[in-house]
Ligand binder design. Sequence first.
Ligand SMILES: *[C@@H]1O[C@H](CO)[C@@H](O)[C@H](O)[C@H]1NC(C)=O
Ligand SMILES: *[C@@H]1O[C@H](CO)[C@@H](O)[C@H](O)[C@H]1NC(C)=O
Ligand SMILES: *[C@@H]1O[C@H](CO)[C@@H](O)[C@H](O)[C@H]1NC(C)=O
Ligand SMILES: *[C@@H]1O[C@H](CO)[C@@H](O)[C@H](O)[C@H]1NC(C)=O
Ligand SMILES: *[C@@H]1O[C@H](CO)[C@@H](O)[C@H](O)[C@H]1NC(C)=O
Ligand SMILES: *[C@@H]1O[C@H](CO)[C@@H](O)[C@H](O)[C@H]1NC(C)=O
Ligand SMILES: *[C@@H]1O[C@H](CO)[C@@H](O)[C@H](O)[C@H]1NC(C)=O
Ligand SMILES: *[C@@H]1O[C@H](CO)[C@@H](O)[C@H](O)[C@H]1NC(C)=O
Ligand SMILES: *[C@@H]1O[C@H](CO)[C@@H](O)[C@H](O)[C@H]1NC(C)=O
Ligand SMILES: *[C@@H]1O[C@H](CO)[C@@H](O)[C@H](O)[C@H]1NC(C)=O
Ligand SMILES: *[C@@H]1O[C@H](CO)[C@@H](O)[C@H](O)[C@H]1NC(C)=O
Ligand SMILES: *[C@@H]1O[C@H](CO)[C@@H](O)[C@H](O)[C@H]1NC(C)=O
Length: 487
Amino acid sequence: MKISLVSWFIFSLYIATFFSMAALSVSGQCQSHQQQLLLGFKNSLNSSLSVKLGTWNQGTDCCSWDGITCYASGRVTELDLSSQWLSGEISNSNGFTGKIPVGISYLTKLVTLDLSQISSLEMPNLKMVVQNLTGLKNLYLDGVNTSANGMEWSQALTSSLPNLQVLSMVRSYLSGPIGPSLVKLKSLSIILLDDNNLSGPILKFLAEFQNLTSLHLAANNFSGSVPEEILQSPKLQTLDLSSNRLLQGSFQNFPPNASLQSLVVGDTDFGGQLPESIGNLDLLTRIELAHCKFTGPIPKTLEKLTHNNFSGPLPSFTSLRNLTELILLDNQLNGSILSTNWSSLPNLVSLGLGRNSFSGLIPLSSFQKLNNLAVLDLSYNHMSIDSSFTNLPNVTSLNLASCNLTKFPEFLKNLSNLYYLDLSSNQIHGEIPSWIWKTDLESLNLSLNLLVELETPSHVSPYMFVLDLHGNQLQGRISFLHQVLST
Ligand SMILES: *[C@@H]1O[C@H](CO)[C@@H](O)[C@H](O)[C@H]1NC(C)=O
Ligand SMILES: *[C@@H]1O[C@H](CO)[C@@H](O)[C@H](O)[C@H]1NC(C)=O
Ligand SMILES: *[C@@H]1O[C@H](CO)[C@@H](O)[C@H](O)[C@H]1NC(C)=O
Ligand SMILES: *[C@@H]1O[C@H](CO)[C@@H](O)[C@H](O)[C@H]1NC(C)=O
Ligand SMILES: *[C@@H]1O[C@H](CO)[C@@H](O)[C@H](O)[C@H]1NC(C)=O
Ligand SMILES: *[C@@H]1O[C@H](CO)[C@@H](O)[C@H](O)[C@H]1NC(C)=O
Ligand SMILES: *[C@@H]1O[C@H](CO)[C@@H](O)[C@H](O)[C@H]1NC(C)=O
Ligand SMILES: *[C@@H]1O[C@H](CO)[C@@H](O)[C@H](O)[C@H]1NC(C)=O
Ligand SMILES: *[C@@H]1O[C@H](CO)[C@@H](O)[C@H](O)[C@H]1NC(C)=O
Ligand SMILES: *[C@@H]1O[C@H](CO)[C@@H](O)[C@H](O)[C@H]1NC(C)=O
Ligand SMILES: *[C@@H]1O[C@H](CO)[C@@H](O)[C@H](O)[C@H]1NC(C)=O
Ligand SMILES: *[C@@H]1O[C@H](CO)[C@@H](O)[C@H](O)[C@H]1NC(C)=O
């Protein structure tokens, strides 16, 4: 086996108690073989910059060292070296193999192993590192290069770690499919495998893990159809399948009392209608379906559930009041967006409905009560937006491209935090109002309108880096553009 730590790393390691039910935590006399084990471990590393390891000396009881916790028996129960600067240039020849794995293999009661975010850590033989850690419940290897393919890592985990509850291997250079042997890890509750190169189908057995609360498989290369059972998994709180372009799926039915808080399937091949039962997800705070193929109207249940009937007969049917982010960009949703009563989602911060097929005459004042609304995108639908009698005081990013606007939304005049404004492809006529140059805009797109006059502004936002005025019938002096271009 070869493990090389070629640069600085942060290392944290917890050792379980042999007496995990012990109620008292007192400082006992360190058991001498454990003291030797820890000193050997220290000596295998360059710890000159580690404050904690500086206190590890032969002459003192190891239970008094920084980062060590003992129970009454003097047995080391926890070793926490997180955020310590440790380094090593350690491979076969200079003893890493001899020390770390043997050291770990003695620690068969290790509950948590956290080697994440150690730059340039390679672990080509995952099996060897974990094979004796049969009590391990939490494994964090984020950023560790395991260069393991599906069958290999799945088998290494299942043959050695039957009690695993947390599996976090984000950016761990995994590839191939999820091995069917993983079905044995029934205690898994958190599975974080984002940003690898995993492929093949997402297997149904994941839904059978009765304690599964988080399943994050984003930014891989999964394909096939996501089993409906996974979306209905009763304890699942966060599901992120985004950025798997070949992954298909649809929402059939969300059962009552579902636990989902975050549902992210953007940038996949998901599609179909949003079912009325999406309203059962009364704990939902984040739903992201951008760049998918959803069709049909936004279900009325989204509105229904926003009535917060705390004294009502169905307490689980409270509300989506806490929804902060609703991103449905770039689907084929149609009907009127007024099927949802937006003012009853008071916590919305980001609302993306652009690039769908919504229609109707929509007063922008429908969003007026959303005090926290910062990002609003209604662009490229078949809607006519009426911006009169509106104020959206906290909007920082507003995209009303292709919204059949005929004049500048007046309320923009009063916005101090606006940095992104897209009013392109409308029928806005007349001159560009001078107040537009008094804002702190970074990006302003007024292209493809009916604007005719451009007065030389006395001041242009110093932050502006995008200004698009093409496709108008502008006349006037454009000398100020030098000012823009030179900033
Ligand atoms: C240990 O790390 C320190 C800090 O980077 C470095 O100055 C020192 O040369 C290293 N010692 C060895 C033996 O590599
Ligand atoms: C695992 O434990 C066995 C026996 O307890 C030992 O012989 C072996 O060296 C250990 N393996 C590793 C990789 O530490
Ligand atoms: C990951 O490890 C493998 C095997 O040791 C090596 O061939 C590969 O270059 C490493 N990849 C990166 C990005 O470090
Ligand atoms: C991803 O894995 C496939 C095999 O499953 C392999 O052909 C491809 O080169 C890998 N891509 C990267 C970027 O590692
Ligand atoms: C699920 O969690 C409960 C409560 O923590 C526990 O009793 C049960 O054994 C767990 N199930 C599995 C399969 O680990
Ligand atoms: C993703 O998987 C498909 C086959 O399912 C393969 O053709 C493609 O090359 C893979 N993409 C990457 C980036 O590995
Ligand atoms: C939902 O939960 C409530 C209480 O939390 C319970 O009374 C009700 O039976 C549950 N409904 C279903 C369908 O499980
Ligand atoms: C909404 O958030 C508040 C405070 O953060 C919390 O007390 C409440 O339980 C949440 N409601 C739901 C339905 O999640
Ligand atoms: C909530 O209360 C309102 C009146 O206070 C009532 O009209 C509505 O039907 C109730 N909704 C639920 C789901 O109980
Ligand atoms: C929405 O689209 C579906 C399928 O394309 C169509 O059957 C339906 O009539 C449309 N509804 C509206 C209100 O345009
Ligand atoms: C929203 O705007 C109001 C009025 O301008 C202000 O009092 C409030 O603090 C703002 N909220 C946020 C989240 O910026
Ligand atoms: C745009 O607005 C005009 C009235 O201002 C209306 O006649 C026309 O039908 C609207 N176009 C669309 C696509 O809604």
